[in-house]
Design a protein around this ligand. Sequence first.
Ligand code: SAM
Length: 202
Amino acid sequence: MEEKAWLRANTLKLLGKDKVSVLDAYAGEGHVWMRVQELVPDIEIIRLAIEKRKSAAEPGAIIGDNMKVLPTLNLAELDLIDLDAFGFPTEQIRICAERAPDCPVVVTAIANHYAPTPYRVSDSVGIPEHWRNVDGEYPHMLFAKKRWVYWEHYLYTLGYRHATRIHMPDFGYTKRYEVLWSAAAWAKVTPTENQGGLSDGF
Ligand SMILES: C[S@@+](CC[C@H](N)C(=O)[O-])C[C@H]1O[C@@H](n2cnc3c(N)ncnc32)[C@H](O)[C@@H]1O
C-alpha cells in the first residue's frame, strides 16, 4: 500500500496544483487516498469514489459498477483518474482514454502468471482469439511471458505515451503500478530527480 500511495502522491506533486479533482474508480474503503493525503498535506484533494461493494463504500461514494458509472461522468474535468483494480482494468482504461485522453490515469494491473491475458490486450498485437483459448490448440501460457509487452502495446494504441511505473514481482503473480500519460499531458509536467518522476516511455 505504501508504494501505491507514494506513486499517487508523487503524481500530485508532478501536477503542481494546490487543489486537485480525483476520481477513485476502485475506491474500496479509501485507505490508499487517506495515506496519499498524509503524504501531501498541502494539496487539497477533492475525491469522488466509486465502489461496487456497499459494505466497503465510504459515505458519499457512488455505489455501483464503474463500467456503468464512468461513461456518465465528465472525465475530462478531472486531474487524475485512479483505477486500483484487481486483475486488468482493460475496459475501464479504454473508456478513460476515449473520454479524457489527456487526463493521467494511475493503474494497478495484477497478472497471475498462469492466467490468460485479457482478450483486448492480446488482440492489440494481432493474436487471434482462438489462439488464446484455454483448451485450444495453442495454450494461452505461450503468450503469458510477453504479457506486459502486449499490455504496453495496448496502452500505446489507446494514446498513452509515457509511464511512471513500479513493477512488483510476487509469488505466483506480478503487480504493476503505473501512471499513464498522453504526450500532451506529459508535456505539461516537469519531472525532477527529487520527485522521482522519470518517464521510461513505451
Ligand atoms: C484493490 S481494491 C482497492 C482498494 C482501495 N484503493 C483502498 O484504498 O482501499 C479494489 C476495489 O475495487 C472494487 N471493485 C472491483 N470491481 C469494481 C467495479 N467494476 N466497479 C467498482 N468497484 C469495483 C472492489 O470491491 C475492491 O474494493
